[in-house]
Ligand binder design. Structure first.
Ligand code: CUO
Length: 675
């Protein structure tokens, strides 16, 4: 049993840490007293750090504090794994805290946060804690670098409490001359990028087995990224853009450019940009112990495709494994990402990761300019770049090819005896039925934890982001069974028309289906009305997980974590991005609702004790994925024979309703939830 969790500040007071002098890096030791008093003079409580035997850190210290850190680089991965193992191996919380205090100013800061976060998520005595919000530790990975000079200026001149938030304009990376810029608000959204970082933190592909070996992790890699693609494609269609073209010919120039305008504060360097029409090259960077050719990626790709076509994979023992209906996608996901669960990591390589790396070194493949990787090399920032989606469209196509080779669901797989969905509708206050309303909102993020200011106190950045009015679903369901039954309600929405205005075929539309919610419900005999609010969605985490409330002037040090307050999970789609933007005229979409028989969906296991938000994308901590069906069901397979349209597809336990998504180009303050 853990002793008092001393490192979680309680109450209103400020907290300081009493660190043994020799725990500070050598350069700070002569001024130890000054440093410690600087952070300690107005503290109300302090946490003593006990001296421990410091383990061997030689491997971990090979990466300098000022280098960029990427999990896609195998050498970095090794170091991070070692550090994670050390944190996981600390006997008590006090020992963990001591090692963290010792390593904090010595090891690469990004590796430090990564390894400590993975350890916190997986140690028995800390797994009830939420990991710190990355946008507040490394705000430089999420917003325009200009903001940081302005933040410093403000902090020096204006006392804490009277500081106005620093406004970051919406369109700071490009102009509409580049059509791709129309969806920059989506790609550069802080909440979306935080979700992606957090997902990869919860589901690392390398590292201690306890962290990697999770129920259906390969399948979730497929499904979560597939949903990102579906959402991004819907967003593109709303903005008059075509669906993403997969990046297949790796020798062809990449027309999509990206200029991130982000700085790496610790490294003191700007993230490299990529002008239009650059081409990939073989990578040979001895400083990163990294060497591979584009033909290696092509070779791994052909092996992966062969596995998909034959539905067989090689394993390291020299045998073969069948990719079957149930576990095939999980194995493929692990192969694609090259997790340590891949059946043969050497033969299938790390296709997905090498794609990220080759793209991220396109500007300096042989390190002659001493440049580091671009934002595709870091899962924290990768989703900002248009090329992310072209690469992941390729990745998704491989999975879809496999799924399409499986037998279609028949009406028995889809139906629910005696259950009929009679009416489905969306209600949004002050609006027509079946209408979703989007607009802009401005919200704040505190920069002060990520910047070393004197004088201290919070400095807020105010960001403009997409948002929607809260809404609710109501479904009328008839149960003609002579008893109460339990069902899983599955709610999806998808665009109705393609780029040219033609109705999408069933097979195209199903690949664009966005999961909006999934929940279980009891159905009494006879007619039932099932109600559900948008903030309850199984894909999202609450608004407060991403932003602070406007005009919330609590000093940041006494509010060390708004996670503690809301018991928020970090992984999950941000609530403010639940709905695609729509259009001013009103964008037509189909809402699809299915109630499946819970007898076939149920996973028998203990009730979750930790967070339950964002479950569809993030699973449940230490438990099995709580839905026994294939992820993406019922849209993960091709249509059964004879089905060409959505209406052909429907069984009585499903229903479709056209909805309208309307965008109003105004800034609207967030309304408190009605729930
Ligand atoms: Cu999430 Cu490519 O997997 O970034």
């Amino acid at each position: 049993r853990p002793s008092e969790p001393v490192y979680v500040p309680k109450g209103e007071g400020k907290v300081s840490f009493e660190v043994p002098t020799n725990y500070l890096p050598k350069k700070y030791q002569p001024v130890a007293q000054r440093i410690l008093s600087r952070f300690g003079e107005d503290s109300l409580s302090s946490v003593p750090i006990k001296p421990i035997a410091i383990p061997d850190l030689s491997l971990v210290l090979q990466l300098s504090r000022y280098d960029s850190f990427s999990l896609f680089i195998p050498a970095h991965r090794k170091m991070a794994t070692r550090l994670t193992e050390l944190f996981l191996g600390m006997r008590t919380i006090e020992d963990l805290l001591s090692l963290a205090a010792y390593t904090r100013d010595r090891v690469n800061p990004q590796m430090f946060i990564y390894s400590l976060s993975v350890a916190i998520l997986h140690r028995d005595d800390t797994k009830h804690l939420s990991v710190p919000q990355l946008s507040e530790i490394f705000p430089d990975k999420y917003m325009d670098s200009q903001v940081f000079n302005r933040a410093k200026e403000t902090a020096n001149v204006v006392p804490a409490g009277s500081r106005m938030p620093i406004e970051i304009p919406l369109n700071y990376t490009a102009t509409d001359v580049d059509p791709e810029h129309r969806v920059a608000y989506w790609r550069e959204d802080v909440g979306i990028n935080l979700h992606h970082w957090h997902w990869h933190l919860v589901y690392p592909f390398d590292g201690p087995r306890v962290a990697v070996n999770k129920d259906r992790r390969g399948e979730l890699f497929y499904y979560m990224h597939h949903q990102i693609m579906a959402r991004y494609n819907a967003e593109r269609l709303c903005n008059g853009l075509q669906r993403v073209q997969p990046f297949i010919d790796l020798r062809s120039p990449i027309p999509e450019a990206y200029f991130p305008k982000l700085d790496q504060l610790v490294a003191g360097r700007a993230w490299p940009a990529r002008p239009t029409n650059m081409t990939l090259s073989d990578i040979n960077r001895s400083a990163d112990k990294l060497r591979f050719d584009i033909s290696d990626i092509e070779l791994y790709r052909s092996r992966m495709l062969e596995a998909v076509q034959t539905r067989r994979v090689r394993n390291v023992q020299g045998g073969t494994q069948i990719l079957d209906e149930n576990t095939g996608i999980d194995i493929l996901g692990n192969m694609m990402e090259a997790s340590i669960l891949s059946p043969d990591q050497t033969f299938y390589g790390d296709l997905h990761n090498l794609g990220h790396l080759a793209i991220s070194y396109i500007h300096d493949p042989d390190h002659r300019y001493l440049e580091s990787f671009a934002i595709m090399g870091d899962s924290t920032t990768a989703m900002r770049d248009p090329i992310f989606y072209r690469w992941h469209a390729f990745v998704d196509n491989v999975f879809t090819q496999f799924k399409d080779s499986l037998p279609a669901y028949n009406t028995q797989d889809l139906g629910f005896q005696g259950v009929t969905v009679q009416d489905i509708r969306i209600t949004s206050p002050g609006s027509n039925p079946n209408t979703l309303n989007c607009h802009w909102t401005k919200s704040d993020i505190d920069l002060s934890r990520g910047l070393d200011f004197t004088p201290r106190g919070s400095v807020l950045a105010r960001l403009q982001h997409l948002n929607h009015d809260e809404f609710s679903y109501s479904f009328v369901v008839n149960n003609t069974n002579n008893q109460e039954v339990t069902g899983t309600v599955r709610v999806f929405i998808a665009p109705k028309y393609d780029e040219t205005g033609r109705a999408l075929s069933f097979n195209d539309q199903r690949l664009l289906m966005i999961e909006m919610d999934k929940f279980t419900t009891r159905l009494r005999r006879g007619q039932n009305t099932v109600n559900r609010n948008s903030v309850e969605s199984a894909v999202t985490i609450p608004f407060e997980a991403t932003f602070r409330n406007l005009n919330d002037n609590r000093p940041s040090d006494s509010d060390l974590s708004n996670f503690d307050q809301f018991n928020i999970c970090g992984c999950g789609w941000p609530q403010h991005m639940l709905v695609p933007k729509g259009t001013r005229q009103g964008y037509p979409m189909d809402m699809f609702v299915m109630i499946s028989n819970y007898e076939f969906d149920r996973v028998n296991q203990a009730e979750p004790t930790g967070c339950r938000d964002g479950v569809s994308f993030c699973g449940l901590k230490d438990l099995k994925y709580p839905d026994a069906r294939s992820m993406g069901y019922p849209f993960d397979r091709v249509a059964r024979a004879g089905v060409t349209s959505m209406s052909d597809f429907l069984t009585p336990n499903m229903r479709v309703q056209q909805i309208t998504v309307r965008f109003t180009d105004t800034i609207k303050a967030r309304q408190p939830s009605t729930l």
